[in-house]
Unconditional design. Structure first.
Length: 220
């Protein structure tokens, strides 16, 4: 059985994990890289990687059985521009992002992240200041960060964090507060479900600007 939610603050999920660099993940490591944070069972990336062979796609997920199932399917499909890794993105991605070759990271997506409604659980939200700072440092100017959710309480704190960082701008002409359309070629599993229910989806596309990456609170 796969647990619906895990507590990313548990001691097990706080352990350091060394994630392999792109050269050990992809057949052509030099391709622009798309990082999807919280990819779940990976069906969105399995379809996207076949449709878009011009990029490498990395899905990271905190529920290991989902990663194992996604990797099994990837291997069966023979996809060499796609990998899935088990990790706690909030904790384990920072060193990996820092070690990326300059300009390699093209796009980061955080789609329908788990909502944590209680104030005391806010530290469980995947996008925390140190992760945002690492994303901003790894994204070259013009490269993109895409956020979407059906839960305002999940996306509004992420938007507040990104906007306070000063490191990102929305494309000219995008509707505010929410972008009308998904800029990606395919919907995620959660997105397909939400849309089948006729529920709203809140989306924001950000482009990295030329400002230096933010320094997370507590590190200053
Ligand atoms: C609601 S699901 C959305 C899945 C997929 N992005 C979609 O849109 O269909 C959120 C996923 O993020 C994963 N997740 C939550 N916290 C995480 C973390 N700290 N690191 C990695 N994955 C995380 C959850 O296990 C879950 O699979």
């Amino acid at each position: 059985m796969v647990r619906q939610h895990v507590n990313p603050l548990s001691s097990f999920h706080q352990l350091p994990r060394c994630l392999p660099p792109p050269a050990e993940l992809f057949a052509t490591a030099e391709l622009p890289l798309h990082l999807d944070i919280g990819c779940a069972r990976g069906r969105f990336l399995l379809a996207l990687a076949q449709q878009d062979p011009t990029r490498n796609h990395l899905g990271v997920e905190i529920r290991r059985p989902l990663v194992d199932a996604a990797e099994t399917e990837r291997l069966a499909a023979g996809l060499t521009n796609l990998r899935f890794l088990f990790c706690n993105a909030t904790i384990n991605l920072q060193d990996w992002l820092q070690a990326l070759p300059p300009g390699r990271l093209a796009l980061v997506t955080i789609q329908f992240p788990d909502p944590w409604f209680k104030q005391k659980h806010r530290k469980r939200q995947v996008l925390q200041p140190p992760l945002l700072a690492a994303i901003a440092a790894a994204l070259a100017p013009g490269r993109e960060l895409f956020l979407q959710s059906d839960v305002l309480g999940a996306i509004e704190p992420m938007v507040a964090l990104v906007e306070a960082s000063g490191g990102f701008e929305r494309p000219t002409g995008d509707a505010r507060p929410w972008r009308a359309a998904n800029p990606l070629a395919l919907p995620t599993e959660r997105e397909t479900y939400v849309q089948s229910q006729g529920l709203p989806v809140y989306r924001v596309l950000y482009r990295r600007n030329h400002a230096p990456p933010p320094i997370p609170l507590g590190v200053r």
